[in-house]
Design a protein around this ligand. Structure first.
Ligand code: ADP
Ligand code: ADP
Ligand code: MG
Length: 658
């Protein structure tokens, strides 16, 4: 076994690997860029080596610097995490040449499987069912058009080296191919330094189901069952679970057998994942193999009781697998929510900034469920523009799916982040949806359920009570500070107005009598003081958490995905309030605003130009993603306020129409 391992990665996965090494008594070294100098991973590792500037191309992607860091610190092995160098066969080979053990599969398996075009050729030859398509490179738009025609629309244009949902575009018609092919090519060249493109049939509304495999250097390969990762936005996973609600034991065994056969065909000798798209009828087609640890590996760990990082280290050290397929079984159900710095209210666009507040729920066993949170950040850390905007991976486990989903909903309620925009309210909305609870998943889920984007959910009757009671408790604390003993108020939640009377024996309890309904809301264990953004209490025996902020005349309160303005007014103010005209939102229909902070890649219109609806106005880049902004109607350009190369802020006016 190794005595010192270097981790060639950052963020939560670096922290994840350190935790296992500590448990196994292995010393750790992390490498870090300028942006990560004060990171949690650097703090936790036994040693840390600075390897360069913040852009990954100058640090985490430079093999020479990683090898030099191993030599300098005497690390015997490298864990690459995911992303960065994890699927680069040349890097694995280079390690071997330098006498350093790569904690991952052998270079031959990576090159056979680590590239989408190559792996599809290989899988087809090994008898694995594949998505119909053109498995080969495509030279130009003309060829892309003729191939798409042959396959039949819709098709998917994909970068062979793609990953993380980048370098993928669906084309429904020739025009989409004309636009999409060069865009995917440019994105692939920029993000992966490899612009090979292929095209395959786009399977509509499928499910994403993948099999975790594990091999050793002695010819053994087992599978650790499936994960379902159908909840995706921009073709990137956001909620995953294990096992899949779709599979029956026969289908599970068939998929597992194909995955193991494919892995065995390339002498696979580490942890890896064979991804499939599956029809609702349980038919399945091979998508790609990820020859590395997967982001969502914790859900598999939670249902199998295995530590995948430990298994990878043991395999790399030459130990044979300590168990066979017959020793493995599924225990309970696990769900993972990826918490991202992104704005769900604005098409999930990436966000950046300092984590002014970062308060995850406590890990460990709760009432009927278990919480695990994998993160690489602390309060005060910066989510920078240089890397993936993932903040944390929150997991829940319980004996059944229903309880695991409930546990996740509760854990999300207890996750508080301030600073960058984040997707916690969105994740909470999904956990409360009947369709998700019943397991009717598809990769189109987000598009189906939020066709006009996410704008929060309408409060349920219970949530109306929670919002009203919380507003009353806040008001009582504030009023008492001003010496007021008033007991009769009117609470307004959105448009719903209720007359209430307060009764309170102590600071930690409040009974709010709903005068027109003949019932009371009884709050106990109130934990809040002015200035706090998190309000905790127990309502009629059930503990809850809400996020609260002062707003004009009252508060903004969010419980899960329901957010409302809550006003607690005197009867007189309530009457006046009702008569106030509703404020119309500012008219932005003649403006093109930057949806996020980023860089202008191209400005495609000029002053005086006539544009048609749907025409490209400009292209922005943020977090290595290109975003095309289009005209929402026919118009004439009156002003252009930015040019290619300009950095722009969120909501900055880029173009004005007459
Ligand atoms: P990545 O390397 O970015 O993970 P994948 O090839 O695994 O790329 O695709 C990412 C996601 O895109 C899949 O999980 C699936 O939801 C969707 N997808 C990929 N290929 C197809 C396809 N041919 N038809 C339908 N959906 C697809
Ligand atoms: P999966 O493992 O499920 O296929 P994705 O494809 O969504 O997950 O994510 C893998 C991607 O994560 C990489 O391609 C890379 O863009 C990104 N990544 C790389 N390193 C890190 C890191 N340390 N933390 C978070 N994300 C990372
Ligand atoms: Mg994939």
């Amino acid at each position: 076994m190794f005595s010192k391992i270097l981790i060639a990665n950052r963020g939560e996965i670096a922290v994840r690997v350190i935790k296992t090494c500590r448990r196994l008594g292995i010393a750790t070294v992390v490498v870090y860029s300028d942006a990560d100098a004060d990171s949690l991973a650097v703090e936790m590792a036994d040693e840390a080596v600075h390897i360069g500037a913040s852009p990954a191309a100058q640090s985490y992607l430079v093999a020479d610097k990683i090898i030099a860091a191993c030599k300098r610190t005497g690390a015997q092995a490298v864990h690459p995490g995911f992303g960065f160098l994890s699927e680069k066969a040349e890097f694995a080979q280079r390690c071997a040449d330098e006498g350093i053990v790569f904690i991952g599969p052998n270079p031959g398996a990576i090159s056979a499987m680590g590239d989408k075009i190559e792996s599809k050729k290989f899988a087809a030859a090994a008898g694995v069912s594949c998505v119909p398509g053109h498995i080969g490179e495509i030279a130009d738009v003309a060829e892309a058009l003729s191939i798409s025609e042959q396959i039949g629309y819709p098709v998917m244009i994909k970068a062979s080296a793609g990953g993380g949902g980048k370098g993928i575009r669906v084309a429904w018609n020739p025009k989409d191919v004309e636009e999409g092919f060069p865009a995917v090519r440019a994105e692939a060249a920029g993000a992966f330094g490899d612009d090979r493109i292929f095209i395959e049939k786009f399977i509509e509304s499928p499910r994403h189901i993948e099999i975790q495999v594990l091999g050793d250097k002695h010819g053994h390969v087992v599978h650790l069952f499936e994960r379902e990762c159908s909840i995706q936005r921009r073709n990137q996973k956001v909620i995953e679970e294990a096992p899949s609600p779709l599979l029956d034991p026969q289908t599970r065994a068939a998929m597992g057998a194909q995955a193991v056969a494919l892995a065995q065909a390339v002498n696979y000798d580490s942890a890896g994942t064979v991804e499939f798209v599956a029809g609702q009828d349980k038919s399945f087609y091979f998508l790609e193999m990820n020859t590395r640890l997967q982001v969502e590996h914790p859900v598999t760990e939670l249902i199998t009781g295995l530590d995948l990082v430990e298994q990878m280290i043991r395999s790399a050290a030459g130990e044979p697998l300590a168990f066979g397929q017959e020793d493995l079984s599924i225990n309970g159900w696990a769900v993972e929510s990826r918490i991202y710095a992104e704005d769900p209210y604005r098409k999930f666009l990436p966000s950046i900034g300092r984590l002014v507040r970062y308060a995850p729920p406590q890990e460990g066993q709760k009432d009927g469920y278990l919480v695990r949170n994998d993160a690489g950040v602390r309060e005060g850390d910066e989510i920078s523009m240089f890397y993936d905007p993932m903040i944390a991976k929150l997991c829940s486990w319980a004996p059944t799916r229903t309880e695991a989903v409930k546990g996740m909903a509760r854990a999300l309620e207890d996750f508080h982040i301030e600073g960058p925009s984040h997707n916690v309210p969105f994740l909470a909305a999904v956990m409360d949806q009947e369709r998700f609870i019943s397991g009717q998943l598809a990769t189109s889920y987000i598009k189906d359920e939020f066709p006009d984007g996410f704008s929060g959910t309408e409060p349920t009757p219970l949530q109306l009570d929670i919002l009203a009671a919380t507003g009353c408790a806040l008001q009582r604390v504030l009023a008492r500070r001003l010496g007021s003993r008033r007991t009769d108020w009117t609470v307004v939640v959105g448009h719903a107005k209720r007359r209430v009377r307060f009764e309170a024996e102590s600071d930690r309890g409040l009974t709010v009598t709903l005068l027109d309904e003949g019932r009371s809301l009884v709050l106990t264990d109130i934990a809040w003081r002015p200035g706090l953004a998190v309000f905790r209490a127990v309502l009629d025996g059930v503990a809850f958490t809400a996020e609260v902020a002062p707003a004009a005349e009252g508060f903004t309160i969010r419980h899960r995905a329901a957010k409302a303005r809550v006003l607690v007014l005197t009867a007189r103010s309530a009457e006046l309030h009702e008569k106030l005209p509703a404020k119309a939102p500012a008219d932005t229909s003649k403006l093109v605003l930057s949806p996020m902070p980023g860089l202008v890649v191209s400005m495609d219109v000029a002053v005086g130009q006539q544009v048609r609806e749907g025409e490209i106005v400009c292209v922005l880049e943020a977090m290595k993603m290109q975003n095309i902004l289009r005209a929402e109607r026919d118009a004439t350009v009156k002003a252009v306020n930015a040019k290619a190369g300009d950095p722009v802020a969120a909501d900055q006016v880029l173009v004005e129409f007459a």
